[in-house]
Design a binder for this molecule. Sequence first.
Ligand code: F6P
Length: 533
Amino acid sequence: MLEVARTVEQILRDPEDSLVVLSGCGTSGRLAFLTASCFNRALRDRQQNTVYSYIIAGGDRALLTSQEASEDDPKLGMLTLEKLCEGKRHVLFIGISCGLSAPFVAGQLDFCLKHPDIYTPVLVGFNPVTQAREETMPGYSLTFREVVQRMEEQRGQRAFIINPAVGPEAISGSSRMKGGSATKIILETVLAAAHTAAFTNTHITRSVLLDMMRGYERVYSVTYSHSDQIATLLQTAGLSLQCGGRVCYLSWGSLGLVGLIDASECIPTFGADYEDIRGFISGGYQDVDNIEGDLTSLGSQFCIAHEDFVSLVLPTLSDRDTVLLLYTCHDDVGDVEKMAHRVREKTSNLHSLYHGLQGDTTADIIGLLCSSVLNITWPSSSTVHMQWELSSKLVLNAVSTGSHILKGKIYRNHMVDLQVTNSKLYHRAIHILQLLSGVSLTQCEKALLKSIYNVEQLTEDITTAGVTTHTLIASRRNRVVPLALVCLLIGCSLSEAESRLESHPVVRDAVEACLTSSQHLTSSPGDQTSTNH
Ligand code: F6P
């Protein structure tokens, strides 16, 4: 981190023809965007030229929606990077892949290694190097692990790997939860230290980095010291989802991006509809400040301004829905209050998350309109806005994950209703099926394919098609993993599995009911079905 911060510092001191590029897929790309925007803003505030840029697999629409397929394409990653950096003399490339797994990022890192005169690659992830993904990448001769091994050979000189262990993915919740928070902490610590050194003519030392990290440690303890209020929010949001209602995050300032990111992840992670949990940001795309600008014309999913909330959601808002206001003492509190009044005309299910500084009382009036209030008070510091973002991320991650658990989208800690939209998720789905059904990998893959293609018998066309085709078809279908799981547990046809899922709209209940009946079947000796398991 020290070396990388010093490289950024050099770029800040001599920015001509230089660039710091942050890149990733899904949430990792969204955090790349959030960080690049935040530090470009800091440069603009100092009347300096901006030096940061971001790449997200799938382009700007992936900032708000799930575009998982591009993650599989190392060449696309490489070409996008090359195009962005045309004419640059020096590029610090920071590739983020929490699982050390995204081919899109591997292609970019490999490209950097091949052009050391211009590019210095940095990999940020949370697996040991030996656990980087080994699977071959489409149209590419190297695996992620081989790319990382090449980086290892130059580690600390021409290539850097920042890969602290933050716990296994099952616990760290992949890039969406702990991995994403760790990404945010690492990137902000490195870049903030570089800014301080460059603009105050000081040196970056280990203790500068450590002090910042300790600041984030305090964010964790301060935020979770409010666990009772977080639990209340989670419960309320869970009730909304359980009864077919919606959860809306209405945010101001940079908390808006945190809300949009958290909401967008629910679609691939829990097979959620985009209306289930949805984020809105006060200034719309003007506040987002993304490269491709206003994306509203792409459809209702891309309508993210408060005006969109007022025209699309407010008219049908009821007590079934949960609305959460997210704001800080730096925001236009009068505007927050106005919005709070409008929401209250439709529902009393209004809540707030407010970050204030010691000594201020701003939130009091708005709090009176809300049925629950989470006010967090912070000591003043130059990086407090980043701490507010992390704190809000922790709260929203808990709310969205917890409410989906309450909705029954999780079975024994597995996200059984995930979307199967790229090769990593395809293999993860098979792994989950195997773990829960106990049958062979081949049988699980067959069941998954039947569910994806919606057929009772697999044809040769299907079995010979590649994973890319499978995931493309799967992206147009719902509940493919639960369907396959029910088929495997009961040994039944796809249509029977469909009707069982219909009779149990809660996925966890359906799986539990099937397990009970399959245990019942296995206990009757000689039963044909039981031998399938
Ligand atoms: O494609 C699935 C996914 O898990 C996304 O939901 C996630 O944000 C993305 O991959 C990135 O993962 P990683 O940071 O491990 O490359």
